[in-house]
Design a protein around this ligand. Structure first.
Ligand SMILES: O=C(CO)[C@@H](O)[C@H](O)COP(=O)(O)O
Ligand SMILES: [Fe+2]
Length: 220
């Protein structure tokens, strides 16, 4: 299994974004997590296509786009054009999730489906044969810097067992409140893609990425 770090730029210093991205890429972070918030599905508003387009030119990391947006099907093509590689949509935000997955795939992108902390893990079961990743939220989506919800660990385990049973090559990404101090628990539960915002960009992004990468490598 591949273990990947996806630093979330939501916590970055935007006056110095290019340099911050360079630092995390240099330390081996393969993805860059791009949180899009619409002020409807979640209370906050973050950033969108023009920012992604600029970042795409500055790095060769894969753009891991997390759409916290109502009816994300409306924006899949726009994010493809801006440089997305993975598009993750929320199960709770889609009227027709199957059609949304089809739209992501028809753009040639990998598709993730995310679930909020109160959505039963079983809700993703019927989609596992059709997607590349499930994103388990370990905080309520909408803001960076929140505390990890420990119940997420059981949910990751449950999902990993489900995935193993059907032998589907599906990644498990976990997002929210992850630090070097608790990432092992998340990996031991069965996750293989780790999102970290505050833990990477608050303080020294190079040092912080290095710490995460050492732990991730020890799982390979
Ligand atoms: O999607 C979200 C929040 O809604 C995340 O991607 C956060 O940006 C993660 O930030 P930290 O909890 O790691 O600070
Ligand atoms: Fe996210």
């Amino acid at each position: 299994m591949r273990y990947v770090l996806s630093p979330s730029i939501l916590a970055a210093d935007f006056t110095n974004l290019g340099e911050q991205i360079r630092l995390v890429e240099e330390q081996g972070a393969e993805y860059l997590h791009f949180d899009v918030m619409d002020g409807m599905f979640v209370p906050s508003i973050s950033f969108g296509m023009p920012v992604l387009q600029s970042i795409k030119k500055a790095t060769s990391q894969l753009m891991d786009v997390h759409l916290m947006v109502e009816e994300p099907i409306r924006y899949v093509k726009d994010f493809q054009n801006a440089g997305a590689d993975n598009i993750t949509v929320h199960l709770e935000a889609c009227k027709d999730l199957r059609e949304t997955i089809r739209e992501v795939h028809s753009c040639g992108l990998r598709c993730g489906v995310s679930i909020c902390p109160d959505t039963p893990v079983d809700a993703v079961r019927e989609y596992l044969d059709d997607i590349e990743m499930v994103l388990i939220m370990s905080v309520y989506p909408g803001f960076g810097g929140q505390k990890f919800i420990p119940e997420a660990l059981k949910r990751i385990q449950e999902l990993r067992e489900m995935i193993e049973k059907i032998e589907a090559p599906v990644d498990i990404e976990v997002d929210g409140g992850i630090y070097p101090s608790n990432v092992r628990e998340v990996l031991d539960a069965g996750a293989n893609v780790i999102v970290a915002g505050s833990a990477v960009f608050k303080g020294n992004p190079a040092e912080n990425t290095k710490k995460f990468m050492e732990i991730l490598k020890s799982y390979e």
